[in-house]
Design a protein around this ligand. Structure first.
Ligand SMILES: [Zn+2]
Ligand SMILES: [Zn+2]
Length: 649
């Protein structure tokens, strides 16, 4: 008999060689129907793979990342099986699960390519095979034998992969007539796959190297229910409309230029103004919470990053150091602001009474990303963090977390993020030797974060083993208007950099102590945050933030002068307004300004001019009656105030 330990620490005994599926069935047949994959000890495990020896077990259903991953990885195999039947002689590369679905890299025989018009027949074949409820069977085979098997089938890419593996046994998975070289895990059969969609096909080089053969990368997604696929496709449609890259162009916020370089955003006047507004707002709040602003250079001596440990860990994958004409000097584009701030800390002796020291900077950093990874403002090579580093005593960690949570809540409210959650990342429960810092400080900090979340009523879940080796952290995720989750701000405790930079303060006991460092960025980065804001609001930004708050549309040129008069009155109240004085029909002007997502349009003609009034159209709400210029201005000023004034500070 072996002992199986469940997540709630309860233990049951089973016969040696029991499978996770049998264990699940012993709990409840209904539960066993829903589980897709298991984790045995530290290893992801097929439900049908025997367990040898005592072990901890975890089960995963569709609602978990692990469950979806196994489902989609198995679907990649199903896609390959379908392609093998439809395209005899097809060669296979790799076929992983990805964030939404999966892909497979393939080369059809005789120079053929997979086309969009082929998708329906591929989907049909996948469904047909899924309905056969084929078992997905794992085998552990000696390397030489696997190599022979794949060579016989002419699978040269697979043979290349196999020959690079260590000698010994290699696992393969077979379903129907298709066998793949694969580490697994997989779902037990193809039966749960109920809806299949081939999404796109793109060119991809074998192993990402342009000297290698070009392959067809076929993307797909599958679901355990047909209705889920319909929902997903609807969501994709909606997401396309909200794509921040499209909105950024339409709203004239930012641009990219190949001449400047990939992944280096150019903020256009309206975008820059929007970003400045966000920065000013955050700066104002931070000032109330005792932050001081600092400014540091965009480059730093390479040795600074040797000290921080960044060089050893990321140096190879970073922008390479810049050499000076004088020999032997090397500088790096700043990949993070922390080391600079540590050096600021060291500029004077600190006493326990000086702490916490809160150094804030909108610091631009540069990180190398492969060109294929770049995406609008969410994956860039240059971005500005709304960064701050708090240096405090170990007993001040909780107080600081409470304050940072406050700041983040104020921001979420002002930006209308209603649904958010937090993740508390703590140490592994067992392997504690891999973490730097004293046991006592860790325990205090972990408890401080949990308590701070509780006191603030923040919905947070705890993840063990997710902490960085240098400290626990709290991450914020927001759910946008169409249900997508975005990771935003982070609060990270750090015991490592104070050690590496030998930071000290003099305690009440007159002895030297190490401060704790807290990194925090409520927005994450200005680039990412603006992207999320655009995708969440579909470009309809809250009034206080909108680049243009009011568009004034004269019915004909005769009323242009009055329109400018209105604009001047509004500007005196710091309302951002412009006049659309193009020689266009009013209907056209309304449509164009609607497209620009301006919150208010004011229409002025004969009647308005005579009565010193404006006719109002609110974005998305249509006709809003008419008002005097002053009343309208007061209304706007009040609306802005209500959006950014909060009792919590
Ligand atoms: Zn596989
Ligand atoms: Zn930092």
């Amino acid at each position: 008999m072996i002992k199986i330990t469940f997540p709630d620490q309860s233990v049951r005994e089973y016969e040696d060689g029991v499978t996770p599926l049998q264990v699940a069935e012993s709990i409840s047949p209904r539960f066993a129907q829903d589980v897709l994959v298991a984790k045995v000890g530290d290893e992801m495990w097929d439900l049908t793979r025997p367990i040898a020896g005592d072990a901890n077990i975890n089960f995963y259903k569709w609602d978990s990342e692990e469950g979806k991953h196994a489902f989609w990885h198995s679907s990649a195999h199903l896609l390959a099986e379908a392609l093998q039947e439809l395209y005899p002689g097809i060669q296979f590369g790799i076929g992983p699960a990805i964030e939404n679905g999966f892909y497979y890299d393939v080369v059809p025989a005789n120079g053929e390519n997979i086309k969009e018009s082929d998708f329906p027949k591929i989907e049909k074949k996948m469904l047909e095979l899924a309905r056969e409820k084929q078992a997905i069977v794992r085998r552990d085979v000696p390397k030489a034998e696997v190599l022979k098997e794949f060579a016989a089938k002419g699978q040269t890419f697979k043979c290349e992969l196999i020959s690079e593996l260590e000698d010994g046994h290699i696992s393969t998975y077979t379903q129907g007539s298709f066998t793949d070289l694969c580490r697994g895990p997989h779902i037990p059969t193809t039966a749960p796959i109920k809806a299949c969609k081939v999404l796109s096909v793109a060119g991809a080089f074998w192993r990402g190297n342009d000297k290698n053969p070009q392959m067809n990368r076929v993307y797909g997604i599958t679901f355990p229910k047909a209705s889920m696929l319909d929902e997903y496709l609807k969501l994709m449609e909606e997401a396309k409309k909200r794509d921040h890259r499209k909105l950024g162009k339409e709203m004239e916020l930012f641009a990219f230029s190949q001449n400047v370089g990939q992944g280096l955003p150019l903020w256009l006047p309206k975008g820059a103004a929007l970003r400045m507004r966000l920065q000013e707002y955050l700066t104002q709040i931070q000032k109330r919470y005792g932050y001081v602003q600092v400014i540091t250079p965009h480059i730093g001596n390479k040795n600074l990053y040797v000290t921080s440990g960044h060089w050893a860990k990321y140096g190879k994958d970073s922008f390479q150091p810049i050499a000076t004409p004088e020999e032997g000097e090397f500088y790096m584009l700043k990949p993070m602001n922390c080391p600079h701030h540590c050096e600021i800390y060291k500029t004077s002796p600190r006493s326990y009474r000086d702490l916490p020291l809160r150094l804030a900077e909108f610091g631009t950093v540069y990180r190398y990303e492969q060109s294929g990874e770049l995406h609008g403002l969410t994956r860039v090579r240059s971005f500005t963090q709304d960064d701050a580093h708090l240096f405090c005593r170990p007993d001040q960690v909780k107080e600081e977390f409470l304050k940072i949570i406050d700041i983040i809540m104020i921001i979420f409210k002002a930006l209308d993020f209603k649904e958010f959650e937090a993740q508390i990342s703590l140490r592994d429960k067992v392997n504690r030797e891999k973490y730097i810092g004293s046991e006592e400080n860790w325990q205090k900090a972990e408890q401080a974060i949990i308590d701070a979340c509780q006191e603030k009523g923040l919905p947070a879940h705890v993840e063990y083993g997710e902490a960085a080796f240098y400290g626990p952290k709290l991450d914020f995720m927001v759910k946008d208007a169409i249900g997508r989750r975005w990771q935003l701000g982070t609060i990270q405790v750090d015991y490592n950099l104070p050690e590496r930079f030998q930071l000290e303060y003099t305690g009440a006991d007159n002895q030297k102590h190490r401060p704790v460092m807290i990194h925090r960025a409520p927005f994450g980065s200005m680039e990412r945050f603006v992207a999320v804001l655009l995708e969440n609001t579909a470009g309809k930004l809250p009034l206080w933030l909108a680049p243009d708050q009011v568009a004034i549309l004269p019915i004909s040129e005769r009323f242009n002068d009055y329109a400018y008069e209105v604009k001047n009155s509004l500007e005196r109240q710091e309302i951002r307004a412009y006049v659309d004085d193009r020689n266009e029909k009013i209907g056209r002007k309304i449509r164009d300004n609607e497209m620009k997502k301006v919150p208010y349009m004011l229409i002025v003609g004969e009647k308005e001019q005579a009565e010193r009034m404006v006719s109002i159209r609110k974005q998305g709400a249509g006709d809003g009656g008419s008002m005097s210029i002053d009343d309208f201005a007061t209304m706007i000023v009040n609306e802005v105030k209500s959006q950014i004034e909060h009792s919590s500070y």
